[in-house]
Ligand binder design. Sequence first.
Ligand code: ADP
Length: 454
Amino acid sequence: MHPLLARALLALALVLAGGLLGGWAGQAWHEAAPGVLAGAVLGLALFGAQDAWRAGRLLQWLRGPQDEAAPRDTGLWGELGYRVERSLRQRDQALRSEGQRLAQFLSAIEASPNGVVLLDAQDQIEWCSHVAADHFGLDPQRDRLQRITNLVRAPSFVAYLQGSVAAGEALILPAPRAARTLSVTVRAYGDGQRLLLTQDITDRERSDAMRRDFVANVSHEIRTPLTVLAGFVETMASLPLSDVERQRMLALMTQQTARMQALVADLLTLARLEGSPRPATDQWVDAAALLEQALADGRALSGGRHRIELSLQAAGELAGNRGELLSAVGNLVNNAVRYTPDGGRIGVRFALRDGGGAEIEVSDDGPGIAREHLPRLAQRFYRVDGSRSRETGGTGLGLAIVKHVVQRHGGELAIDSEPGKGSRFRLLLPPARLRAAETLPRRDAATPTLPQLT
Ligand code: ADP
């Protein structure tokens, strides 16, 4: 039955029952009519009282936190309580799942390597991801509702937010509290709100700068011999030269051509190293044979001007690419020969390392290198003495190739040097790249170890 009908029937029943009771009681005193009226009023009052009590219970529950269930009741108040409770629970549930969705959405934004800041129409921070907070040196909680230009005061940033930069264009900005470079983009959304996107572009900027330097260096390295060659060609074409002069010029031209050839060969080697996968770990190269080959090349280059000695302190095989390893050791021996004055000593050594793995060492008692150059020595085109390097046919890329090769084999290049005492270059290779032989060969045990640097 409809609760309103039930309620009307209850009220009617109480009034009727009260009236009948009043009429019956009144009859005893021969006053039936006032008795009926008084009984009906009493019935109505009873109905009102129970109604007020049930409404009060529901109101009390509604005023509270509604943690417990609504008061269980029948009829209209029961249904009212049930329906109010159900819509409240549904609203709570909807709020909870909205909250969860928002939290999920925000944690997806937090997972981005880029930063996000939401600004209201007054440029106050509504929300800020941890990455953006880190970029700008903000505190996501503490700085909420702060005007961002009060916290990030760089004039270029303030001007950018004020719209003096074309829409969509990014602002490049030094990070306020770290030596990093940021790219900041602003986008409008909603009702005057703005979305601020931040990206750490330090590495990108660095590699762009490196690429620019590299191109500039290569151009410079090629332009110099080309200019010399062009000069000689012009001279030979325009001037009558004696045979001796002609021969001298041709010799110099050959030298410049060789320089360019060496540079192009080294550039191609570097490009190949960068573009190819890591060397296999199941192709084994005999260390002794590798070093003997490098030594033979070094002796040929030296032409007897140096004492070059091999010291094999262990026997073993190295996993990797023979060509690459030979080019690394060859470059080190080549440098030792080129930089060590005539009569100097050069040592090539293979040994096992204490903590596992192997090392290939090339040492000399040449001029040595000052400490401040060591960290940059393996950078492309870095030279301590440019003219000495070029005079001896150096491209400035040798150690960059060595470092690349050893890193591709999971190892590292260690350099120790002291001016006046000589240099020691070591290729440190990890245990995974070594298959050591059980027995140590004693074939050159008598060979003294070469320049020892402290
Ligand atoms: P380069 O072609 O100029 O030799 P590298 O990359 O091989 O280029 O070497 C970088 C620089 O390191 C050289 O220019 C030289 O100044 C220095 N260097 C390398 N090996 C030695 C060495 N054995 N003794 C002294 N200096 C060296």
